[in-house]
Design a protein around this ligand. Structure first.
Ligand code: PGA
Length: 259
């Protein structure tokens, strides 16, 4: 298996001071972090600052929390894929449920963002997930595969997922402290992989599928130990240096192949 992927999404939090403190303490706490692919998404305005104070730029990859699909033009307030690339960003989260909900972004818009990122070689992290109601109605796979993922696959082809990351984040688990059940997550991740497998077996093997939603230092390994969980997308717990580094340390020492 490739390196586990651990993403920290800071959302709308942080300041120059807190970022400096984070970087200083983070590396002290980490023991075996080279075994993980650590990706951090600060607010866009701090991306460049964050990059510049990272002690060793190769240890953490820069990620943006969102992006516009236009590269330039009269789109006040937006940040473009080209601009992100220009300052050294490698990954971009798209389709986060907070963007879908508060900014009314639909699958069409998210597909356009995906397309713009792929065109210039940035790696999309596509968030998919169902609401509590959809889960109760047994519609999870319909929503995340046949609707959300399919929107991208139909427009861009399934192979476009080869070097992309999918983050399964049930909406009801995000920021609630109520993470999903790891066994259920495994079943859902397996279904996502099978859905892709039917279209292209190689892509199904290559695509990385992460879980996100109320991950903390106690439950992280319970998700990561599942066969089809290639990593984690961490929100609130990524703001606290000690907790985030503990999650990374645990996952670094866990050898999936031997367990
Ligand atoms: P959470 O957020 O870990 O705070 O639930 C996850 C996310 O929004 O990606």
């Amino acid at each position: 298996m490739n390196k586990p992927i651990i993403i920290g999404n800071w959302k709308l939090n942080g300041s120059k001071y807190s970022i400096q403190t984070f970087v200083r303490n983070f590396f002290k706490e980490l023991s075996n972090f080279k075994k993980c692919n650590i990706i951090i998404a600060p607010p866009n305005i701090y991306l460049d600052f964050f990059k510049n104070i990272l002690f060793n730029k190769n240890l953490i990859s820069l990620c943006a929390q969102d992006v516009d699909f236009n590269n330039y033009g009269s789109f006040t307030g937006e940040t473009s894929p080209l601009m992100l690339k220009d300052i050294g960003v490698k990954y971009v989260i798209i389709g986060h449920s907070e963007r879908r909900f508060y900014h009314k972004e639909d699958d069409q818009v998210i597909t356009k963002k995906f397309s713009s990122l792929k065109k210039i070689g940035l790696i999309p992290i596509i968030c998919i997930g169902e609401t509590k109601t959809e889960k109760l109605q047994d519609k999870t796979i319909d929503v995340i595969c046949y609707k959300q993922l399919n929107s991208i696959i139909e427009k861009m082809g399934v192979e476009s997922l080869n070097d992309s990351i999918i983050a399964y984040e049930p909406i009801w688990a995000i920021g609630t402290g109520k993470a999903a059940n790891p066994n259920e997550v495994q079943i859902i991740h397996e279904s996502i992989r099978q859905f892709i497998f039917k279209k292209n077996s190689q892509t199904a093997k290559k695509v990385k599928i992460l879980y996100g939603g109320s991950i903390n230092e106690k439950n992280a390994i319970k998700f990561f130990e599942k066969q089809d969980v290639d990593g984690l997308l961490v929100g609130n717990a990524a703001l606290e240096t000690k907790i985030f580094s503990r999650i990374i340390n645990e996952i670094s020492y866990y050898n999936k192949n031997n367990n």
